[in-house]
Design a protein around this ligand. Structure first.
Ligand SMILES: [Zn+2]
Length: 301
């Protein structure tokens, strides 16, 4: 009997991964799990993204459900130790899968899931990007559950008399269909992937012009806290790193276009030395130059 139990425990452990998640307090009502400043791999198993819990009085609001079912389950287990409340809503800030593949767990425990109407244009992939890069054990039980409440305009959510504003970014910025979540009573803003502050941002799916404009808008709200999709800085300066990088990148690419430099040469020569020591410079920067060049070239036509 005992050996069967040992064997069962052994097989169970083959299908599980311990993310060892530790909640960090941001303000009186908000805790976050901060991901590592890395790309997705089978060591971090997708723990390279932020997922946050807001105590809305009688329930939690979750902003971004994380990279896998097990991540979501383990995050909620940790949060319940602080205060045991149900989850009323989960908001997915955008369609990139590190931000919403935990949805399946939250749907199972009865939470309502909100996302941008851009999810309508997405198809359920046979193999997700996450699935290709993480271990089988960590991905076990993860399914592609899209949000059931899709929004295409600014929306106010009221949870136990607490007002939560969901701001729909109407233009392609980091992605097509970014959502911001703003809590006026505490002046706390969730910026999704419009804010990275411990690694280079990714422009592959975005538009540098509207991204910069949206960051101007975020700053105009003068939030006390800004929580990005990646990075642990959460004070009012949290957007500065992304902002400064995008502005410098745009300036250099514009200069190259004005001087007739080809896209291939621009990718090789625009180096922004002040960012060379930033995390993920080597994997992201050249592709960011290329995306920016294409956007700016299009604008100039
Ligand atoms: Zn992301």
């Amino acid at each position: 009997m005992r050996s069967i139990l040992v064997l069962l425990t052994f097989f169970h452990s083959l299908l599980a991964f311990n993310y060892d998640l530790k909640p960090v307090k941001v303000d009186a009502t908000t805790y976050c799990f901060f991901g590592l400043p890395q790309g997705i791999d089978e060591h971090n198993n997708g723990n390279m993204v932020n997922s946050c819990f807001v105590d809305a009085g009688d329930s939690y609001l979750v902003v971004d459900s994380g990279p896998t079912y097990q991540y979501a389950q383990q995050a909620y287990t940790q949060i319940k130790k602080i205060k045991n409340l149900p989850i009323s809503y989960v908001i997915n800030t955008h369609i990139h899968d590190d931000h919403w593949l935990g949805n399946g767990y939250y749907q199972e425990i009865g939470a309502k899931i909100i996302g941008s109407s851009q999810f309508k244009n997405e198809s359920i992939l046979e193999t997700t990007r996450m699935q290709q890069r993480v271990s089988k054990e960590a991905y076990a039980k993860t399914t592609s559950v899209f949000p059931s409440i899709l929004i295409d305009k600014d929306t106010v959510l009221t949870i136990a008399k607490q007002e939560i504003q969901i701001i729909h970014v109407n233009k392609k910025a980091h992605s097509s269909g970014d959502l911001l979540v703003y809590i006026p009573s505490s002046k706390l803003l969730f910026a999704g992937d419009l804010v990275f502050n411990d690694r280079l941002p990714s422009l592959r799916d975005g538009d540098i012009n509207f991204w910069i404009k949206e960051l101007d808008y975020i700053r105009s709200l003068s939030p006390t806290h800004i929580i990005g999709g990646h990075g642990e800085i959460v004070d009012s300066s949290a957007a500065d790193f992304t902002y400064a990088y995008l502005v410098s990148l745009k300036k250099e690419v514009q200069k190259a276009i004005d001087n007739g430099v080809t896209i291939e040469d621009a990718v090789q020569t625009i180096t922004l030395p002040q960012y060379q020591n930033a995390n993920m410079y080597n994997t992201m920067h050249k592709q960011n130059v290329e995306s920016t060049y294409r956007t700016m070239e299009w604008n100039n036509e």
